[in-house]
Every structure is written in structure tokens, then in C-alpha cells.
Write a protein that binds this ligand. Sequence first.
Ligand SMILES: [Zn+2]
Length: 311
Amino acid sequence: MVQFQDQSKPLPRWKLIGRCTVSSISVLFFQFSLSLVPRFFSASPLLIQLSLSAVVLLVILGLGRWCRRILGVRASAPAFVFFNLLFIWAVYLAVIREAVSWLIGIVFNGEVILLIIGLCSILSSNPGLVTYGSSFPNELGGSSVADEGHNEGSDLGRRVRYCRSCKRYVKGFDHHCPAFGNCIGQNNHALFMVLLAGFLATEALYIVCSYQFAAKSQIIDRATLEPSLSENLAISTMLFAILQLVWQVVFMTWHMHCICLNIRTEEWINWKKYPEFQQVVQSQSGENEVRFQNPYDKGIAENVKEFLALE
Ligand SMILES: [Zn+2]
């Protein structure tokens, strides 16, 4: 019997402050690099500007990876998300606010405040850590763990998986989310979905607001006159919000599909590690073939019910 405790140690305070500083500097660098797109391509169609923004995003991400590998400088991903949110809020308050009605203003400010609260709560939430004494089959193999003494509760509660980022076991483990700085498991999966929906709603509203601003100040039609820095930032943050929205809609759709099938991201990607997802069938040539099967799928209604723990 091995006593399993949370193996991830919190970072020392000075390291945490250092990483947050790196994150805030990289957000400023990133957002001002993005503002170069409308600065030099204001006459180009939106789709071209969007593609260029995506290229800038990839280049900056690559640069961040390079800094980490060569210089050993690390940023904190949740701090990066947080400072991007603050930056967009600042652009809204300083530039875009004047172009939108007070009612939309209240809604947008409220959404941002809720997102900040949500980010803090998911960062400190317990995803469903398994800390009771139990014997675990090979750690890196990530085999499913069924502790005989803890069989009560939902099916999902018994599906304990190993998070390689945090080196710990989590009930109903879905995936490790670097952006939210935590594992997503049975206990915070619903919060994760709500937060994702919150980001989608806020981004959508921001796109509407910044578009209103652009239309009012006629940046889009006024191709000959050079836009000011604040106008560039209004457009570049709008492009950023569109990119975010697109990939989050794709991610959310896929995630909801997984919930309807009662399968978690980790299980979906690494199903060959978990025996219960494997079915050995004989192919026509007489050889054994391993096929995917999902023993947890009880139909959409039951699966969603189990996810929401209504049973
Ligand atoms: Zn984790």
C-alpha cells in the first residue's frame, strides 16, 4: 500500500512573481505586435488581417518556447490569460467605451469581473484529487484505478486518471488545462465549462463593441488616413477576440460532444492505455485487432445526467 498525496509542490514566491512579471511583459509585447497588423494592413480585407494576426500569434508562441528553452525564462500561462483579459479591459475602458451604450457597458464590465472571479476560483479549485491510501498500478501507464473501498458515487467518480503535468491522480480527470493552471476533473469540470462559456460571451460582446467603435470612427472605410495607436489597438484586440472565439467554439463543441458520449479528453486521446476501452476482435485474416469501445456510454440523457451528477 502506498500513500498517495498531492505531489505537485507550489512554486516559491519569488519564482511565481518572476513568472507573472514575464507574463505581463509578454502580453504587452504580444498585444503591441498584434497592433502592427491594422497599422500596416488597414486597407486589407478582414480575413487577411485575421490570418496575419494568427501568424503573429504563432510567431510569439514560438518565441516564448525558444525563450524557455534557450534562456530558461518561463512565463505563467494563467497569468498570460489574466493579463490579456486586463489589457482588453483597459482598451475597452480607454478607447471603446465611448462608442457603446451604458447598458452594454454595464454588461461587459460585469462579464469581465465575473471572469476574473471565475479564473481565481478555477485556479484554486480542487479537481477531485485522490489522496486516500491506495495501491496504484504502474504510474506512467496511467491505468485506471478502482479503489475497492471507494466505490460509492457515480461511475465517473471511480474513473481516476493520472495527470502527468501535476503528477497526481484525479477523479473523472478530463485534461490538464495550462491556461487555467489546473487539472480539470470531476469537481471542477462544470466550472470549467461555465468559464469557457463566459469567455465566449465576453469575447462576442467585445467584438460587437469594438466593431461599433470602428464603425463610428470610420476606421474601416477611411483607408487613406493613418489610424492612431488607440484605433489600431481597438482593431487588433477585436481581431484577437475573433481568433479566440473561433478556436474556443471549436473546443467547446468537441468538449460537449465528449460529455454526450461520457468520455473524457484524456480517455479519448489515450484510450489505448485503458483496458476498458479496448475490444479485441478477430479480423478477416484471422489476426487479433484492438478496437475502440466505450463502456461508459449509456445514451446522451444518462451521460449528461452523470456529468451534472444529478443521480
Ligand atoms: Zn494537472
